[in-house]
Design a protein around this ligand. Structure first.
Ligand code: GH3
Ligand code: MG
Ligand code: MG
Ligand code: MG
Ligand code: MG
Length: 312
């Protein structure tokens, strides 16, 4: 696996996490050389509603991490040829897995060695024989914390969409897969029209509500493979893999028309609003900054031409 592929896979999982309202199932990678022990651990996890995969050979851990995208690693201490501490150190060398929870589950009762394991990248130490209830409780609480950490890192708190940084990363990810698969890719920039007036006339909370309703509409309409992020205050970045310019335009224009008909409530009545949009088509050789800039230029053109429209 190249680090680019790893990055793409990780982003895919993060987007999935950000796009689903209900929590996806918990996923645990069990690193354990004894097949009997891993079968027992996995059965316990299954009973707790936790999905798992097992790795018996430490050299396979990275591949499994990238393909399975677990939320947590359950790590044995003593394995043939290496220790769990060494495996954890390798995992932590990859930026994508810098903060994934690593929980030790080992027969090691030497407290000094347990403390060493925690000092060197471990998050928790459980001993064998384990208590199934405690194991599942530890796993779930560590995963919950890790998820809320990732959320604050990647998600926009007002809308639940991707934030500025992760929507930009999403363009990189989409470019990589467009290159690998030889497919089309369009990127669009959406910006609400005369938004300052909304704030001035109806107040900031009403403005926030307009931002949320556009976010909701975009999220509703986009397909699973698309991505949308809040790029700035009232600006959204939309990534449409496998989409021609004509289709992207048609698709966003339908959303534009629908948005313009939404009645937004304020203290004494309702008001409507519009957005403008610029679309850029990606071509081989274009870096993400350039395709985003081109969408932004097209957006500026749409604004200058009177707003409530789409330009390419
Ligand atoms: P146009 O895009 O049509 O050119 O006009 P505009 O009035 O929308 O232009 P501009 O981009 O200059 O203004 C955007 C305003 O959005 C400025 C800022 O006060 C407001 N804004 C930015 N973020 C938020 C937010 O999170 N909530 C609210 N309510 N307003 C925000
Ligand atoms: Mg062992
Ligand atoms: Mg503006
Ligand atoms: Mg605006
Ligand atoms: Mg703006």
């Amino acid at each position: 696996f190249s680090s680019e592929t790893a990055h793409a896979l990780v982003m895919e999982r993060i987007v999935k996490l950000c796009n689903t309202e209900e929590e996806p199932i918990y996923r645990v990678l069990v690193v354990e050389d004894s097949k009997t022990a891993s079968a027992l651990i996995r059965r316990t996890l299954t009973e707790g509603g936790i999905e798992s995969q097992a790795v018996t050979r430490p050299q396979d851990v990275l591949t499994h991490l990238m393909q399975f995208q677990p939320d947590l690693v359950l790590m044995d201490m003593h394995m043939p040829g290496c220790t769990g501490v060494e495996v954890t150190r390798v995992i932590r060398q990859h930026a994508e897995f810098l903060s994934i929870p690593v929980v030790y589950l080992s027969g090691e009762t030497n407290v000094a060695l347990q403390v060493d394991a925690l000092r060197m990248g471990g998050d928790h130490f459980l001993t064998k024989p384990f208590n199934p209830v405690v194991l599942n409780a530890v796993v779930k609480s560590k995963i919950e914390r890790y998820r809320s950490l990732r959320r604050t890192m990647y998600q926009d708190s007002l809308t639940g969409l991707l934030n500025h940084t992760s929507s930009k990363q999403q363009v990189d990810t989409a470019i990589r897969s467009a290159l690998a698969q030889g497919t089309a890719l369009c990127v669009a920039m959406v910006d609400i029209d005369y938004f300052k007036k909304v704030n001035d006339s109806y107040g900031h909370p009403a403005g926030d509500q307009v931002i949320r309703s556009l976010a909701w509409l975009l999220k509703q309409r986009l397909r699973k493979t698309d991505a949308v992020g809040r790029y700035g205050g009232e600006e959204f970045l939309v990534v449409l893999p496998g989409t021609s310019l004509a289709h992207a335009r048609q698709f966003l224009d339908a959303i534009r028309a629908d948005f313009s008909h939404i009645s937004h409530p304020h203290d004494t009545g309702t008001f409507t609003n519009t957005f403008s949009c610029g679309i850029a088509q990606w071509h081989v050789g274009m870096v993400s900054d350039r395709v985003v800039k081109q969408a932004d230029d097209a957006l500026y053109d749409a604004k200058r031409s009177g707003r409530n429209q789409i330009k390419v």
